[in-house]
Design a protein around this ligand. Structure first.
Ligand code: CP3
Length: 341
């Protein structure tokens, strides 16, 4: 197996900077749209034939250094029957959102062999054919909670924060349940063959450092601790997290993902020594001229200044309108870059 990505996660020397893209399997690929057709993405995820093929599509096209499982952060809570779906063009929605302690009963523990066997089957099939590492993933308790409480995507996370501040004991109970579910899911993915895992706390950047520290950090810390005995690299990612990077790092991951708002050299200072960094090209420039894109790519690589422990990625996911040829050119540019150049 080509383990350049895993080496960079562990901060070991590599011959070239490894690269993969969040949401690399998705709507910017015509072959994805052809296979996905209409219908809920959750049904596509339940079919190992489809999800295996969709995971492999970007690997063939781009030559990236890691595959990411085709699944979604709400798959575990959907599987235990909370009542959440993914609306095309919108995202996860819960018709009957989480409101009070009686809703805790809707979040029983996850038994991955029974509740999400299709995820494990897809991972097993993938590791049989892949020549690069497969990244498993889960949503972090805060980000998943935000969908369950708001009932859908949100800009302000008002209901989520209201629950946090008005009923700390209910908040902690909710976070504890989601933490258990996340651990069960990630451990099962590792046991099925995933060689790294990423915890997506996509919306944690909506919190102040004090809020993050009090209401989120202890739970995310418990996840990374529970994974430590499995000795696979653990990645921790969120958007708009510039002011909490030091705390996300303290949660215990080996790699911290950075969006585009903080330059990677500055981000590395905030994350601290002994950690690897993943990022951080602004996905919204991908529609621009190649000249601008390539300058930005090179700028990130130069700012990293040849330090060990850099995985090139976007600062957030690939958006549907991105031209796949641009992503291919980025992979080639990153792979061919040498510090001296
Ligand atoms: O290629 C990959 O990155 C692997 C697959 C993956 C998906 N979702 C598939 C998907 C991953 C890693 C996710 C994680 C995920 N899901 C996150 C964390 C990452 C991030 O972007 O911050 C979040 C917040 C979600 C929740 C979610 N699911 C959203 C916001 C959406 C988009 C809604 C839309 O249609 O614009 C989804 C749906 C979804 N999950 C799509 C894909 C490829 C697109 C819709 C589809 O193909 O049906």
């Amino acid at each position: 197996m080509n383990d350049t990505f895993l080496k960079a996660c562990r901060g070991e020397p590599v011959e070239y900077t490894p690269v993969w893209f969040m949401r690399q399997a998705g709507r910017s690929l015509p072959e994805y749209r052809a296979l996905r057709k209409e219908g809920s993405i959750l049904n596509a995820i339940k079919d190992p034939d489809i999800s295996t093929e969709i995971t492999l599509q970007p690997i063939r096209r781009y030559g990236v250094d890691a595959a990411i499982l085709y699944s979604d952060i709400v798959v575990p809570v959907h599987a235990i029957g909370f009542g959440v779906d993914i609306k095309p063009g919108v995202g996860p929605v819960a018709i009957d959102p989480f409101r009070s302690s009686s809703d805790l009963n809707r979040l029983r523990s996850l038994n991955p062999q029974v509740d999400t066997p299709y995820v494990l089957e897809t991972i097993q099939r993938l590791v049989d054919v892949l020549e690069i590492p497969l990244i498993g993933f889960a949503g972090a308790p805060f980000t998943v909670a935000s969908y369950l409480i708001e009932g859908g995507p949100s800009r302000s996370y008002q209901k989520t924060k209201a629950m946090m501040f008005s009923d700390k004991s209910l908040w902690d109970s909710l976070m504890e349940r989601l933490t258990d579910i996340t651990i069960e899911s990630l451990v099962s993915q590792i046991e099925a063959g995933a060689s790294a895992v990423q915890l997506f706390d996509s919306w944690a950047g909506s919190l102040s450092p004090a809020q993050y520290e009090q209401f989120v950090l202890p739970h995310s810390q418990r996840i990374f601790e529970a994974l430590s005995e499995h000795s696979v690299p653990r990645i921790h990612f969120g958007v708009g997290t510039g002011e909490i990077l030091h705390l996300m790092s303290a949660a215990g991951a080996d790699v911290v993902g950075v969006d585009w708002r903080v330059p990677i050299d500055e981000a590395r200072k905030r994350i601290g020594v002994g950690k690897s960094v993943q990022g951080n090209l602004d996905p919204s420039i991908l529609g621009g001229d190649w000249e601008l894109i390539s300058e930005e790519v090179i700028d990130i690589l130069k700012r990293n200044a040849g330090q060990h422990g850099h995985i090139f990625n976007l600062g957030h996911g690939v958006t549907p309108e991105v031209n796949p040829d641009v992503l291919k050119r980025i992979v080639d540019l990153v792979h061919n870059f040498r510090t001296a150049s």
